[in-house]
Design a protein around this ligand. Structure first.
Ligand code: SF4
Length: 332
């Protein structure tokens, strides 16, 4: 069967495709970045693996001519904004983030008018145009540090209502949320937590701060995906409340340990659109190129660079980056 472009499927094995990725990377002077939620074959073919903050930093510091971002569109846009002179491509041009689509520029402008004077912190899971309308970006690794560093007691936080609630609980500031959410993390419930506690008694439970507040409160730790990787280094067994790709990755990195998904249904369909054949095609044909309109480029870049400045030392810090204890328990 042919694909939507009338092409025959690539029937090469995973090993052959991975070898082709290596050959093309060398030939093109390319850097392949992959998010922690990508499928295993894509993760194994990447030069750098990480959460949004780690990928943004890797993109900002590269000398590569071509950057291939295996993730969703806002991540590829961020790489382009931080590297306007380099070519950035995304293997699947339909890999968007539903949460990023939950706020438009017009909606953000109306939100700002309702709360005049309050600075806007925007999660990186937003379009370039929304970033350009914001004062500073953040990721789940550094959201607490970024909001703490802002010289204001009242901030607007878009688009994730759950991360906003988490930041408010950690900073004590008045964090006014937009109504967006991640369909993968918002689906976890207290029932999932109770089931996991019953199935794995005594095993620490970590969740992503995109989960609902009651789920975060019932967990032992809240952490970004890179924070979860750090926590996993300190625990032999853990229940992990995030997208299952990260849980697969933890089990692969240390097969002597045991990491259980809080729910096997936590799958981001958008992140799974990137496949090895699409990665090979992205490298070979340098497509799909990510273009950010010039009128939003400088504003979005200012917001992203401000985040990188404010969070320069944040990854092991007190927020979700290093795995923050939910109750007064030591994360180590
Ligand atoms: S896991 Fe959630 S926030 Fe991340 S890309 Fe998927 S929908 Fe967007």
């Amino acid at each position: 069967m042919r694909d939507a472009e009338g092409r025959s499927p690539d029937t090469r094995s995973a090993a052959e495709l991975t070898a082709e990725v290596s050959r093309l990377k060398a030939e093109k002077g390319a850097l392949v970045l992959a998010h922690n939620y990508q499928i295993t074959e894509v993760q194994l073919a990447a030069d750098e693996l990480g959460d949004s903050l780690k990928l943004a930093r890797a993109a900002a510091g590269t000398g590569a001519r071509l950057i291939v971002l295996c993730g969703v569109r806002f991540m590829a846009e961020s790489a382009k904004i931080l590297n306007p002179d380099r070519k950035v491509v995304i293997p699947s041009d339909t890999a968007g983030c539903p949460m990023a689509d939950m706020i438009t520029v017009d909606e953000l402008r109306a939100f700002k008018s309702e709360h005049r004077g309050a600075p806007v912190v925007c999660y990186v899971n937003t379009s370039a145009a929304v970033k350009a309308e914001s004062d500073v970006c953040c990721t789940s690794s550094n959201a607490v540090e970024v909001v703490e560093a802002i010289d204001a007691e009242r901030v607007l936080f878009v688009p994730d209502r759950n991360l906003a609630a988490y930041v408010q609980s950690k900073t004590g500031k008045d964090v006014i949320p937009w109504r967006g959410y991640c369909y993968v993390h918002d689906q976890f419930t207290l029932e999932d937590v109770a089931l996991a506690r019953a199935e794995h008694p005594g095993v620490p439970l970590v969740v992503h701060p995109e989960c609902r507040p009651e789920v975060v409160a019932a967990a032992d730790f809240a952490a970004s995906t890179d924070g979860m990787v750090k926590l996993a280094a300190r625990h032999d067994e853990m229940v992990v409340g995030t997208e299952v790709g990260l849980v697969d990755m933890l089990n692969r990195l240390d097969p002597s340990k045991r990491f259980h998904p809080l729910s096997a249904f936590a799958v981001c369909r958008n992140m799974k659109r990137t496949t090895l054949p699409l990665l090979v095609r992205a490298l070979a044909e340098e497509r799909h190129e990510v273009v950010v309109p010039p009128d939003v480029m400088s504003g979005a870049r200012r917001a992203l660079e401000r985040m990188l400045e404010l969070s320069a030392g944040a990854t092991g810090g007190t927020g979700a980056g290093g795995g923050a204890p939910v109750r007064g328990r030591d994360a180590a």
